[in-house]
Design a protein. Structure first.
Length: 80
């Protein structure tokens, strides 16, 4: 399950010289798992990018944070 948020053909592997905190935070991917799985896992799979950008965001604000990231950083946000 965790592997799926960190591995995808759209998620590049960067050289140390290319890496930055923000690039690293966005190099994960949100995935749809369905309503039941999302509910049982507090939507961590479908709001995983927000978790990487700021891990202190409580799960009950993760959807709002995810929507803000999609809007603000459309070129960086990944959804699978």
């Amino acid at each position: 399950y965790t592997w799926l948020q960190h591995t995808d053909t759209d998620v590049p592997h960067l050289e140390a010289s290319e890496w930055s905190y923000i690039k690293g935070a966005f190099l994960t991917i949100d995935r749809p798992y369905g309503a039941v799985f999302d509910f049982l896992h507090h939507r961590i799979g479908s709001t995983h990018v927000a978790h990487h950008v700021e891990c202190a965001i409580p799960h009950y604000h993760a959807l709002k944070a995810t929507e803000a990231l999609k809007t603000t950083y459309p070129d960086l946000y990944l959804y699978g």
